[in-house]
Design a binder for this molecule. Structure first.
Ligand code: 5GP
Length: 213
């Protein structure tokens, strides 16, 4: 039962440095939150093995990306490493209008743009429990050379410096616990008084209850 303003879903951002363990945690969160949908970003990077267009990303050429940019089709966009990434505005709005909660898994710079444009966004930052774990997780990716590792570590620390600009910080010591904390944040946000303004007004002054079932 949704109880948000005009039955719209929540816009949720989860960011965290590579090495925070986002992939595993978010898989658990999706199991716990069946009303949540993943926002599929547009990217100019080539698909990795097994990635499908429209599932992990919409894979587009640099020209197509530029065209979308000119048509103002992005809620935010950023250059991350050597590629461009953007959150397709219409895709996200359509899901929110249908009452789904929408998850953006985007980098910190893009996330803070979204927060500025949509202050009602729930901002969650996922961190590793300590520096040692961060380094170990980064090293665990056999694809990285020492040099790439140093770049990723630097980027991770740069991102963590901005964690205090988020609404919530979740520490990933145990993926199951971290996922439960994120699910609890989402549940609590749905009950917040400010998100239930229309519901309360209708309750007091009459009209539609604001519940969708
Ligand atoms: P990857 O290429 O490894 O899938 O993603 C690289 C980085 O780009 C990750 O930090 C990811 O969160 C970020 N990213 C993915 N999609 C978007 C997007 O639409 N906007 C922004 N700002 N970052 C994104």
């Amino acid at each position: 039962m949704a109880r948000t303003n005009a039955n719209k879903g929540l816009l949720i951002v989860v960011s965290g440095p590579s090495g925070a363990g986002k992939g595993t945690v978010m898989r658990y969160v999706f199991e716990k939150c069946p009303n949540m949908r993943y926002s599929v970003s547009v990217t100019t990077r080539a698909p990795r093995e097994g990635e499908k267009d429209g599932v992990e990303y919409f894979f587009r050429s640099a020209d197509e990306f530029t065209e979308m940019l000119h048509n103002d089709e992005f809620l935010e966009h950023q250059k991350v490493y050597d590629n461009y990434y953007g959150t397709p505005r219409r895709f996200v709005e359509d899901l929110l209008d249908k009452g789904f909660d929408v998850l953006l898994e985007i980098d910190v710079k893009g996330a803070l743009v979204v927060k500025r444009r949509r202050p009602d966004t729930v901002m969650i930052f996922l961190t590793p429990p300590d520096r040692g774990t961060l380094e170990k997780r980064l090293r665990g990716r056999s694809t990285e050379t020492e040099e790439q590792l140093a770049v990723r570590l630097d980027a991770a620390i740069g991102e963590m410096k901005r964690a205090s600009e988020y609404d919530y910080v979740v520490v990933n010591k145990d993926a199951g616990v971290a996922a439960e904390e994120i699910a609890s944040i989402i549940r609590a946000e749905k009950c917040s008084a400010r998100r239930n303004k229309y519901f309360l007004e209708n309750l007091i002054y009459g009209g539609n209850s604001g519940y969708d079932d």
